[in-house]
Each structure stands twice: as structure tokens, then as C-alpha cells.
Design a protein around this ligand. Structure first.
Ligand code: ADP
Ligand code: MG
Length: 608
């Protein structure tokens, strides 16, 4: 008997499963489907991404609802629009033999009227993001007062995104006597809290180790100077010509910048983050799924749960704030039985985080060297050779062959091969021959190659009391000052004040910017601090300005300056549209060094 039928699923659902091509139930499906079919209890299921959770709640829901009724009986809440659409499509697929089934997706950024009309026609199942759902409830465009099943999918992520209140409100419109099924990859405190609050002695199902990543993923890290991050990224890409990857950054701004830079350097890259319009995001995702984009640079939130098979590499351009997030990131690869690599680019100050991650994922990282220029030349050369070897001959060239053959009459095959490959090799070789070793030695000084003469240390009167840790402060400074990745360094956060360095070149900009800068009604003051020894003598708030005034600067929050995204001018004043997808990388030839790269003049001059 079919293994899914054995779980208790009806024939039309088993038929759909056969059509889709699932052969055996995954572990989470095996554990939850019989349980949910059998009883009307609440459920908490913990399983990492890619384990088939959608089907685990989808099939039981489809079996249990009354297709002949047009009342909304099932509600699935999910954190992002992408996931919402993905689940909707899956549900439709699973229910393809359920005559009269109507699954409606409700999410922001699309016509609310269209969605309301779809609901009005009788949606037995609604898949929604919390924000839009709340909106539609308050406008009385949906009625969830009769639902029998509520699913909280990716619950940890919904809470991460601050949807707690929305979820609470939405659920307050649902009847008490319903079943609530919560699915999550991790079980932080907030999730147990929500389980307590909304659920009635739920059955718990855990698949595998609670926080363990996929066993098909290997983990590698590369130790580089903080300012070599981008160069290291490029080398990792160049050393993997067939790369199909998601690159994670911590902030929307970095995400946008890295994507723009990659595009400028000739890679097929795209950005995915929350400041893009829905349309831009759709375009990027479509190109990525079609593999026209090889490198998708994304924030954690935007990429959460995205189900694209065949991702070869996940690259952590920066480590996430929350170590647990790493599990989600690396879960983007190694799916559907394939193997994948999760790479982390770290600077010295972050290297201890690797240890913490190892504890959580219960796997060891392999420390790898950033490939040298010559190694990359070799890889690229071999990739080209393989490609040529496997290329099918295009007979459109036949008419020209005579002339070509005449030209090469005196050249032996051996020579021809050498010449042919030299054309491409020389290009790459010239590009990389002067490149330096990017690897930082673990025992070298913490300075990451900065000379002190060229660096200014600042005092700032905000600290951990104000909610900053070193990463948050660094992000804040970079965003407000419009500086580049790694332009702010040596960030040292104390209770009520902090220190940081920038290169002397940015000194005036920093001081000028903070002359009258006010945040939340309070002046934020920055001063140059001479010696580290003076740090100790600083009292809390010692740098606060005594004089007031200057409303002019008050409004310059990070948002005003950093929201500009999608397509924008880069620091060189050129416009580049990160969402122009489908651009082929290395277009003129697959063996072309990618643009300015290690010797990018623009980058160098900014450093001076
Ligand atoms: P999760 O929500 O746990 O991250 P998904 O439900 O998105 O995982 O499923 C991940 C992928 O696995 C999807 O492409 C889905 O179609 C596929 N899948 C789900 N169940 C099975 C199964 N039993 N056999 C094969 N593939 C499956
Ligand atoms: Mg899912």
C-alpha cells in the first residue's frame, strides 16, 4: 500500500501526492499526519526548513475541511509574502483533485479588493501574512469566526519579525474551539510563550535534533581582514564557476550594496530585502528560480523559507546577530538529498562565534583558505576546458570554417590548444597576478592592517543602556553616516557610551554629522578621543553636550537616509539597478575576470 495512504490520507489526496512525485513521507509528515487526522488536538511541531512541513499540515487540513461548504475553515499564517504564495501554490497542488477547493492568498503589496473578492467567492482556506490579514479583518473583508484549523507556520520567524501583537489580535477573532498547529524550525522562549498563550496542551513533535542543520551541508569558514570581505566573496564566487548561491548580509543596506557591487563587477546577482517593492522582489525571485541570477544577496527575513532547490552555496557575508539564524541560512542549501556548502566569511573579532555555532549545529566547521589568484585561474581554466569539451558543435559556423582552417593550416593541435586557452587564461592571469593573500592568520595582531596614524578614535555618548551592542552601533553609524562596510571599526560599547574608529579621511564627516544630531529627543554627541587610556576616565554621559538647540539636524534619522533602495546611485554617483535581472555574468566570455575586483580603482581611492 502507498505509504501516504497508510498514514490515513484519502485516495484523492494520495493521487495528488503520486502526481507530484512524493514517494515516501518525510519524518515530520510521518509523525504529524496521522496525529492530525486522528484527533482534533493542538500541535507544536519543530522541524528544520526543508523537511516538508507544508505537506505535514496541508494534507490533514485538506482532508478535514468540508469542500462543499464555502465557509472559511482553515487559516494559515506565514511570515512573508513569498512564503505565503509558496504555501498557497503547494496547497492548490495538494488539493488538485478536491473539486470546488478555493485557497486564497492574502498578503500586502497587492490589490486588497482582488483578495477580498476571492475570499467572497468562498475560500475554505486562507493563507495570509499577519499584517494584511489584520487589515482585512478590521475592514471586515474576511470572516474567520468559524475557522476550525489555524496554522502558525515559521512561528519563530513571525515572532522575530515582531508579529506577536498582530497574531494575538488575529487569533482573537477566531473561535476558541479550534485546533491550532504551530510549526517552527526553532523553539526560542517567545515560541513557547505563544504555545502557552494560544494552545491547549499541545502535542509536541520534534524531528531530529532541535537545532541541527541538514546533514547534507558542510560548513566552512574563511578568516579575512574585515575590509577584504567583498574581495573574499568575489574569490569564492570565481573559484566556483557553477555557483548558485544565496549570500546573506545582516542589513538591508549591506544587502543592496553587495548586490550592486557584484552586478557592477559583472556577476549575475540580485538583491532581495524588505525595502524593495513587491514587484521588484517578484522579479528577482523569478530570475533566481530560473537561474538567471547566480548570486542572490538577501536579508534573513526576505530569504526565510524560500524553497529553491539546487542551491550549491550559502555564503554568510556577515554572520547573523542571532546564532540560531545560522541554521536557517545554511538550510537553504543541501536540500532534496543534494549536498551543499555553507561558507562563512569572518574577521578576527568574529571568529569566536564560529565556536558557538558549532555547538548549536553540532557540527564542526572546516577552516579554509581563500583561494589564491592562481588557484582561481586554474579552476576557471579547467571549467572552460570542460565546457568546450562538452559543447555541441553549432553548424552555423560551417560556412566560415574554410577561412579559419586556412589561417590555422600551419598550427598543430597542440599549439592550437595552447593558444586558444592562453587567450582566456592571460586575461584572468593578468587580473589576478598581483593579487594579495587575503587570509588573516589567527595569531596576527587584532589591528587588521590599519595603521594608527591613519585612524581616528571617537567617543559617542550612547551605549548598551541605549540598546546598542557593537554590531548594532556599527550598523547605526554606517547607516547614518553613509559609510561603507568596514569603514567603522574597533567598536567598543560600554554602558552609557562607546568608542569607535574610522579612517582620518572620514573624520570631518563624522564630526560634522553629529554636530546637531538628535535621536529620540536626545543629542547624540561624538568627539575625538585621543588615547585609549583616557577611556577609563570617562564618566557615563561625559560627552553629552551642554548646549542645546539645532532643530535642523534633529530629523536626520537613519531611515531618512537609508531607505532609498532598489535602484539607486552608488557612492560613485553612477546608477546601477540591482534588480536588473537576467544579466549574464562574464557575458562576453565565461572566462572573463569579473570587472574591477581586487584592483578596483574606485574602492582603492575611497580608502585613501
Ligand atoms: P519546510 O516548510 O519544512 O521548509 P517544505 O514544505 O517547503 O519544507 O518542503 C520542502 C521541499 O520538499 C518542497 O519542495 C516539497 O515539495 C518537498 N517535499 C515535501 N514533502 C516531500 C516528500 N514526502 N517527498 C519528497 N519531497 C517532498
Ligand atoms: Mg515551510
Amino acid at each position: 500500500m502507498n505509504a501516504f495512504k497508510q498514514l490515513g490520507l484519502e485516495d484523492h489526496l494520495v493521487q495528488a501526492i503520486t502526481d507530484i512525485g512524493f514517494e515516501t513521507p518525510s519524518e515530520v509528515q510521518e509523525k504529524t499526519i496521522p496525529l492530525l487526522l486522528d484527533q482534533d488536538s493542538d500541535l507544536v511541531a519543530l522541524a528544520q526548513t526543508g523537511t516538508g512541513k507544508t505537506a505535514a499540515f496541508g494534507f490533514p487540513m485538506l482532508q478535514k475541511i468540508d469542500i462543499n461548504s464555502r465557509t472559511t475553515q482553515g487559516l494559515i499564517l506565514s511570515p512573508t509574502r513569498e512564503l505565503c504564495l509558496q504555501i498557497t501554490n503547494e496547497m492548490k497542488l495538494y488539493g488538485k483533485h478536491c473539486k470546488g477547493l478555493n485557497v486564497t492568498a492574502i498578503y500586502g503589496g497587492a490589490s486588497i479588493t482582488d483578495q477580498a473578492n476571492q475570499v467572497k467567492r468562498g475560500a475554505q482556506i486562507i493563507v495570509a501574512t499577519p499584517g494584511r490579514m489584520k487589515d482585512m479583518i478590521s475592514r471586515r473583508l474576511v470572516d474567520i469566526s468559524k475557522i476550525e484549523y489555524a496554522v502558525l507556520d515559521e512561528a519563530d520567524e513571525m515572532l522575530n519579525m515582531g508579529f506577536f501583537e498582530d497574531i494575538t489580535e488575529i487569533l482573537s477573532y477566531t473561535p476558541k474551539e479550534k485546533s491550532t498547529w504551530l510549526f517552527s524550525a526553532t523553539m526560542p522562549k517567545e515560541v513557547s510563550l505563544i504555545a502557552k498563550k494560544f494552545m491547549n496542551s499541545p502535542t509536541e513533535v520534534t524531528v531530529g535534533h532541535k537545532n541541527m542543520g541538514s546533514k547534507n551541508v558542510s560548513h566552512e569558514y574563511f578568516l579575512v581582514g574585515a575590509r577584504d570581505r567583498y574581495r573574499a566573496l568575489k574569490r569564492l564566487a570565481d573559484a566556483n564557476p557553477e555557483i548558485f548561491s544565496v549570500i546573506f548580509c545582516r542589513t538591508k543596506r549591506d544587502t543592496q550594496k553587495v548586490a550592486e557591487q557584484l552586478i557592477e563587477d559583472g556577476y549575475s546577482a540580485g538583491a532581495l530585502h524588505g525595502d524593495l517593492s513587491q514587484n521588484q522582489r517578484d522579479v528577482v525571485m523569478k530570475s533566481f528560480r530560473a537561474k538567471q541570477i547566480q548570486m542572490l544577496v538577501a536579508t534573513d527575513v526576505a530569504a526565510r523559507g524560500i524553497d529553491v532547490d539546487d542551491i550549491t552555496h550559502v555564503i554568510n557575508y556577515q554572520l547573523p546577530d542571532e546564532i540560531e539564524t545560522y541554521t536557517h541560512r545554511s538550510g537553504r542549501t543541501g536540500r532534496a538529498g543534494k549536498s551543499g556548502i555553507s561558507m562563512v566569511i569572518v574577521s578576527k573579532s568574529e571568529v569566536r562565534k564560529i565556536k558557538s555555532i558549532e555547538r548549536i549545529i553540532q557540527k564542526e566547521f572546516i577552516k579554509k583558505e581563500v583561494p589564491s589568484g592562481m588557484e582561481i585561474c586554474e579552476v576557471q581554466l579547467k571549467a572552460l576546458a570542460n565546457k568546450i569539451h562538452d559543447t555541441e558543435i553549432n553548424h552555423e559556423i560551417d560556412p566560415y570554417l574554410n577561412d579559419i582552417n586556412t589561417l590555422f593550416e600551419d598550427v598543430t593541435k597542440d599549439e592550437l590548444i595552447k593558444k586558444f586557452f592562453s587567450v582566456e587564461f592571460t586575461r584572468f592571469f593578468n587580473y589576478y597576478k598581483k593579487s594579495k593573500d587575503l587570509n588573516t592568520q589567527s595569531n596576527s595582531s587584532h589591528d587588521e592592517g590599519r595603521s594608527n596614524d591613519n585612524s581616528t578614535r571617537f567617543f559617542i555618548n550612547i551605549g548598551s543602556k541605549d540598546g546598542y551592542d557593537w554590531m548594532k552601533l556599527k550598523d547605526f553609524l554606517r547607516d547614518t553616516l553613509q559609510l561603507n562596510q568596514d569603514d567603522v571599526y574597533k567598536v567598543d560599547v560600554k554602558d552609557s557610551f562607546a568608542f569607535f574608529n574610522t579612517d582620518v579621511a572620514h573624520k570631518d564627516k563624522v564630526l560634522e554629522f553629529f554636530t546637531d544630531f538628535k535621536q529620540d529627543g536626545r543629542f547624540i554627541n561624538v568627539e575625538i578621543t585621543e588615547k585609549k587610556s583616557r577611556d577609563r576616565n570617562r564618566g557615563g554621559g561625559g560627552g553629552r553636550r551642554s548646549g542645546g538647540v539645532g532643530y535642523g539636524g534633529g530629523g536626520r534619522g537613519r531611515n531618512d537616509r537609508s531607505r532609498n533602495s532598489g535602484s539607486r546611485s552608488d557612492s560613485r554617483g553612477r546608477r546601477s539597478d540591482s534588480n536588473s535581472s537576467g544579466r549574464s555574468p562574464r557575458r562576453s566570455s565565461d572566462f572573463k575576470p569579473s570587472g574591477g575586483g581586487d584592483f578596483s580603482r574606485a574602492r582603492k581611492s575611497r580608502r585613501k
